[in-house]
Ligand binder design. Structure first.
Ligand code: COA
Ligand code: AMP
Length: 629
């Protein structure tokens, strides 16, 4: 069957399609029904089933006689370490860790926050939670204490599992003081913290609260897998929305297993036993789905890579890892390729390595610019597939179904809708647009298995953010179009979310931080185009009247404030003090116009602008920051 047949088969009988895919999963109680309509446009998949994620990701491969196969390869150029963990070792390690967590009171439904760098123990912690039916929430290491505290207060974890430190080139990230600071800030306090002490930094443990990762596992009874209901949350992953309060995306257990397993062959075109590598971080959805869960559920070998595309030690790192571990499918963000291309435009490092095992490269996380795709195609001589999805969906909305049929690649398009997604481009009033016309991208409900059924603690926000604008559809927050051949094009976000080096950030969240500066009366944050990171945040602040301090000093304080409150990952380094912000007569800040000026694009003077002269002041400020040339 080709792609068109598979997509049509899904469309003709969506429930039958997913019931068939569900057969690849080991159930404690198999689902009798696929879809549950909960009314009010809310749906759940496989809610009547009983299943355990860890069993499916780990134990069942051991039971099937594949215990000696490598489950995880840890490759850390930053610490000069390499290590392999077989499925049987992983089973034993995870069962013991789960046993120790249970002995300290962690049970099904309890939340556990995981704050760890790219080490195999991060995956083990996730899987140990899954084994118990505890709900993990991994927090990316580049977030500061305040962001961690917000997540602690929302998820209310019984336990936090952290490492003593993370390692960035030339810098040790001291996780423990960040964690202590977050717990001090948060209203909710965890019962206990488990600290994995890395040899690069041994952290101080707080008596009565902190336990050592190794010590607390000593002599415990390993835990068996606890079956949970199909709609039980496997995890919560916080992502940026329009405000500083992140959205807690809930991932339901059964749909997650069924959908992710399907993607490994049909999209990523790998068979069990083959090596799959996603060069991302466990703190992001790509890390959840494609470093941890999907490859393991499908019986692949996954790589935990602790390093950067360049500088650890050079722009050949990716190719060294691919060749050494015989990676068959490789997944990364376009920004990583841009970083490599900048250092090795002629692909000299690429030619040093044997990449014959590699079948294809997959890009996602941000728009893949044509230059980068063409460079990668030419240098690698392999297919390069862009694919589009979000934290909310957990897997591809539109992509290349390479395991079904390699369709022609159209540069600039992440290709075609995956089964499960009826993608529509709508106008403001919710009417479908014609091929080639730009509009809001929405997905007809119900969304497929594995996608979010709600937001943690925020069912109303879920409806308001995703379901209310276009009744009967899920609003993706992206704008774009579909061409005559059914290929999708993603052009821009329709909200205040920006994408910096493949990381999703909220300009609204940064504005909240800037507004908390005592001298700032008003502010705006926009995303300007950047050659390497795709976008960079840029802040404009207006001062409270009577403030007479040097503007440079205040701008520097603003930069520091965002780094301290949100974290280095925000990459907020551009800030200017201005007298006024350009607004419409009704008081709306004209952020889109400011972006166009910054990027040196033509723009139409907004008819509703209050005072056009302000745009000249903005242009001057932008020139001061090296933009709007
Ligand atoms: N823990 C702590 N700090 C982190 C971090 C982590 N896990 N990850 C990044 N940071 C810090 C960086 O050290 C940097 O700090 P600095 O301002 O002191 O230099 C800051 O956050 C910004 O990081 P980043 O935007 O990643 O920029 P960079 O200059 O360090 O690296 C790239 C640029 C392109 C090499 C890098 O962004 C990259 O590899 N991107 C791939 C993105 C990706 O995989 N995204 C996942 C979605 S698929
Ligand atoms: P995240 O939830 O962090 O994965 O970010 C999801 C958002 O990143 C999407 O809504 C898009 O705005 C953007 N994005 C992800 N993949 C792509 C892609 N292939 N092309 C264009 N934008 C993308």
């Amino acid at each position: 069957m080709g792609y068109k047949d598979v997509y049509a088969a899904w469309k003709a009988d969506p429930e039958g399609f997913w019931m068939e895919q569900a057969q690849a999963i080991d159930w404690d109680e198999a689902p009798k029904q696929a879809l549950f309509d909960r009314g009010d446009h809310l749906y759940e998949w496989f809610a009547d089933a009983k299943v355990n994620t860890c069993w499916n990701a780990v134990d069942r491969h051991v039971e099937a006689g594949r215990g000696e196969q490598t489950a995880i390869i840890y490759d850390s150029p930053i610490t000069h370490t390499k290590r392999e963990i077989s499925y049987v070792e992983l089973r034993n390690r995870v069962a013991t860790l789960a046993g120790a967590l249970r002995a300290k009171g962690v049970d099904k439904g309890d939340r556990v926050i995981i704050y760890m760098p790219m080490i195999p123990e991060a995956l083990e912690a996730m899987l140990a939670c899954a084994r118990l039916g505890a709900i993990h929430s991994v927090v990316f290491g580049g977030f500061a204490s305040n962001e961690l505290a917000v997540r602690i207060d929302d998820a209310k974890p019984k336990c936090i599992i952290a490492a003593s430190c993370g390692l960035e080139p030339g810098r040790v990230v001291h996780y423990k003081p960040l964690l202590d600071g977050a717990i001090d800030m948060a209203k909710h306090k965890p019962d206990f913290c488990v600290i994995f002490q890395r040899e690069q930094e041994v952290a101080h443990l707080e008596e009565g609260r902190d336990v050592n990762w190794h010590g607390f596992q000593y002599g415990v009874q390993p835990a068996e897998c606890v079956p949970v209901e199909g709609n039980h949350p496997a995890y919560i992953l916080y992502t940026s929305g329009t405000t500083g309060q992140p959205k807690g995306v809930v991932r339901p257990t059964a749909g997650h297993l069924v959908a992710l397993n399907w993607t490994m062959k049909n999209i990523y075109n790998v068979d069990p036993g083959e090596v799959f590598w996603a060069a991302s971080d466990v703190g992001w959805v790509v890390g959840h789905s494609y470093i941890c869960y999907a490859p393991l559920i499908h019986g692949n070998t996954t790589i935990v890579f602790e390093g950067k595309p360049v500088g650890t030690p050079d722009a050949g790192t990716f190719w060294r890892v691919i060749s050494e571990h015989k990676v068959r499918s490789f997944f990364t963000a376009p920004t990583a390729f841009r970083a490599v291309k900048r250092e090795d435009p002629n692909g000299e490092f690429i030619r040093k390595y044997d990449l014959s095992q590699l079948r294809a490269v997959y890009l996602a996380g941000e728009r893949a610019d044509p230059d980068t795709i063409e460079w990668a195609q030419k240098m690698l001589g392999k297919p390069v597939y862009d694919h589009w999805w979000q934290t909310e969906t957990g897997w591809t909305i539109a992509g290349m179904p390479a395991g079904i049929e390699a369709l022609p690649v159209k540069i600039g398009s992440p290709s075609v809708p995956m089964p499960g997604y009826d993608i529509q481009v709508l106008d403001e009033a919710g009417h479908p647009m014609k091929p080639g016309e730009l509009g809001a991208i929405a997905v007809k409900l119900p969304l497929p298995p594995g996608t979010l059924p709600t937001l943690w603690n925020a069912p109303d926000r879920f409806k308001k953010s995703y379901l209310s604008h276009f009744p009967g559809y899920y609003e993706t927050g992206d704008a774009g179009m579909i061409d005559e051949d059914g290929y999708l094009y993603i052009m821009a976000r329709t909200d205040d979310v920006i994408n910096v080096a493949g990381h999703r950030l909220s300009t609204g969240g940064m504005e909240e931080v800037l507004a908390s500066h005592p001298d700032v009366a008003e502010c705006a944050v926009i995303g300007v185009t950047d050659q390497l990171k795709g976008q960079l945040p840029m802040g404009f602040v207006c001062l409270t009247s009577g403030v007479n301090r040097p503007h440079d000093e205040i701008a520097k304080e603003c930069v520091k404030l965002v780094r301290d409150k949100i974290g280095p990952v925000a990459a907020f380094k551009l800030c200017a003090v201005v007298d006024r912000l350009p607004k419409t007569r009704s008081g709306k800040i004209l952020r889109a116009t400011m972006v166009k000026i910054a990027d040196g694009e033509d723009f139409k003077m907004p008819a509703t602008i209050d005072d056009p002269a302000i745009l000249d002041e903005i242009k001057l400020a932008l020139q001061g920051l090296g933009y709007a040339k």
